[in-house]
Design a protein around this ligand. Structure first.
Ligand SMILES: Nc1ncnc2c1ncn2[C@@H]1O[C@H](COP(=O)(O)OP(=O)(O)OP(=O)(O)O)[C@@H](O)[C@H]1O
Ligand SMILES: O=P(O)(O)OC[C@H]1O[C@](O)(CO)[C@@H](O)[C@@H]1O
Ligand SMILES: [Mg+2]
Length: 343
């Protein structure tokens, strides 16, 4: 078969490992041919692609980012988009199937194209770990490792100055990155979008820690909504598709803590550092297994499905199942972490 790969949405460590494993598995096991579409759905729509031979993917699993580039092009809203046009482009370039690697937006596009009769399968990716129907997405473990390292560093400088340190992490509307990196770094308070917490409680935790001579570390997810406010802080304007760019809650929180407690407080936003650089060993393995399974899905003609992790198994799931809402942090996971907050 002649198979096209594309990466779409925000990048994430592990994308290249998916590309490598799908290509190698296809060439070695089935004699497939591969092309890589440049810039997400745009490359598929415009027929902009590069050949992917064995030597093109050599050593790729350790590299961050995506060799194909990515975009947030909408497969139906692009002027030459839509199922009929894309089918014609695929015929013109003799492409038999497409593996779309992306988050919930990309996979919603893949699902719609498959429902319209196109041979498309998906691979889930995101550092946010917010996709249903998979226990973990690759990129998440790398983000946790980067954020944990950053927080360890915030703690030594914080302790030296007897300051309160606030670390703002990504995660969009879920708190997985904050919960896991905060637990790993031994944070004294973790604030996530799924749980409303007031400034009074935050102040209490901070003061308890400070009064026993420690430097409080507060980890806040970018999508956290403080009690008494309506929505997440998003003062950075909007993305191309109109959704707000999150961020700024760390600074807001640091101001509030300092004002209420008198404790000198500093805020650090980790930002895109969480998404850059090489994937961890765990993410390389997960991405490699996802890529191989996606290739199998193509040969099974399981259009409209994606590779997914269930326990230790890589399984096939319907994209509809994966797109049925966000995978949020369950209350009991937060309550468990909360036992160690404050004193
Ligand atoms: N329901 C949909 N149907 C078709 N295309 C969609 C749909 N929702 C989003 N898209 C397109 O897919 C693109 C990628 O989605 P999005 O920007 O949310 O990234 P993603 O793949 O979810 O990854 P991430 O959110 O982790 O960056 C969007 O910019 C949009 O053009
Ligand atoms: O790279 P951009 O477009 O600024 O998007 C940032 C968003 O993407 C993510 O990194 C991944 O979905 C979110 O955590 C964050 O809110
Ligand atoms: Mg998305």
């Amino acid at each position: 078969m002649r198979i096209g790969l594309l990466t779409s949405g925000g990048d994430c460590p592990g994308l290249n490992a998916v590309i490598r494993s799908a290509v190698l598995h296809g060439i070695k096991s089935f004699g497939d041919e591969f092309v890589g579409f440049r810039g997400g759905w745009r490359g598929l729509i415009e027929g902009d692609y590069m050949a992917l031979e064995r030597q093109d993917v050599r050593g790729l699993s350790r590299d961050g980012g995506t060799i194909l580039g990515t975009s947030r092009t909408h497969p139906y809203k692009h002027p030459q988009g839509g199922a009929e046009n894309i089918a014609a482009t695929m015929r013109e370039h003799a492409i038999d199937a497409v593996i779309a690697i992306g988050g919930e937006g990309t996979l919603a596009g893949a699902r719609r194209l498959a429902a319209d009769g196109l041979p498309v399968v998906g691979v889930p990716k995101t550092i946010d770990n917010d996709l249903k129907a998979t226990d973990y997405t690759f990129g998440f473990d790398t983000a946790i490792s980067i954020a944990t390292d950053a927080m360890d560093r915030l703690r030594t400088t914080g302790e030296s100055h007897h300051r309160c340190m606030v670390a703002e992490v990504m995660g969009r509307h879920v708190g997985w990155i904050a919960l896991h990196s905060g637990m790993a770094a031994g944070a004294h308070a973790i604030l996530i979008p799924e749980q409303s917490v007031g400034m009074e409680q935050v102040t209490e935790w901070v003061e308890q820690v400070h009064s026993r001579g420690r430097s409080p570390l507060v980890v806040v997810a970018e999508g956290f909504i403080p009690e008494g406010t309506e929505e997440a802080v998003a003062d950075k304007g909007r993305e191309a598709d109109g959704r707000p760019r999150l961020g700024g809650i760390g600074q807001w929180l640091a101001g509030g803590i300092e004002e209420r407690t008198g404790i000198e407080t500093r805020s650090t936003t980790l930002g895109h550092i969480q998404r850059g650089g090489n994937p961890t060993g765990y993410d390389r393995v997960l991405a490699t297994r996802f890529g191989m399974r996606a290739l199998d899905l193509v040969h099974e003609e399981a259009w409209g499905h994606m590779a997914s992790l269930r326990g230790t198994e890589i399984v096939k799931v319907d994209l509809a199942e994966a797109l049925d809402g966000l995978k949020e942090v369950p209350a009991e996971r937060y309550e468990e972490a909360q036992i160690l907050f404050g004193r």
